[in-house]
Design a protein around this ligand. Structure first.
Ligand code: GRF
Length: 187
């Protein structure tokens, strides 16, 4: 099945996904024309759909434009990887059960931005990574899988970030493969 990755920034998860030999991404969608993730896509000859929300009247209009791009590339699954926008009803209804997000905490702890920093400052013993289906909430929706990541006493924010990213880069490609192959497994 064809997949699309949605990303707004650095794109390290995007990079980890496309580096997996058994995964191909048919379309990168980004709401940020200057995001480094777009350069990564170009380098790998992956088509991109980039838009700026301010060029559209409202969310419904830019999501219609996204939908048109998804249709063009016959996309079946959407994986959010650092996409900094909420998914609206248009996309949610069209891709029910087919939109997945990765979040750097053990949900429901620390939803939203700066989840790693907040877990670090809270002096939690552990934090983690959550992969979940997307609903209308912020980093909510049925959990597919979670992996705890320890916070060591000697950790700086940077060493913790590195440990979490490493976990994300291993986990997300694996989970994506399992999800998109479910159909072939039961057939
Ligand atoms: C990741 O930590 C992801 O969990 C969160 O946003 C970050 C994106 O990082 N939703 P990158 O752009 O993939 O490097």
């Amino acid at each position: 099945p064809n997949i699309s990755i949605f990303a707004s920034g650095r794109g390290s998860n995007f990079k980890a996904i496309i580096a997996d030999q058994s995964l191909t991404c048919q379309l990168l969608v980004s709401d940020n024309p200057t995001a480094p993730v777009i350069e990564i896509a170009k380098k790998h000859h992956i088509p991109t759909f980039t838009f700026e929300p301010k060029q559209y009247a409202d969310k419904a209009s830019y999501e219609q434009a996204i939908l048109a791009a998804l249709k063009k590339y016959e996309i079946e699954w959407i994986f959010l990887a650092g996409y900094m926008r909420m998914i609206g009803p248009n996309l949610l209804n069209e891709y029910t059960g087919k939109i997945v997000n990765i979040h750097p905490s053990l949900s429901p702890a620390f939803p939203g931005k700066d989840a790693i920093t907040r877990a670090y400052k809270a002096r939690s013993e552990q934090t983690g990574v959550t992969i979940h289906y997307v609903d209308e909430g912020m980093d909510t929706g049925p959990i597919i899988c979670q992996q705890p990541v320890p916070i060591h006493e000697q950790d700086t924010l940077e060493t913790l970030q590195t440990r979490i990213q490493k976990t994300e880069h291993q986990l997300y490609p694996k989970v994506i493969k399992e999800l998109i192959n479910v159909k072939t497994l039961v057939e």
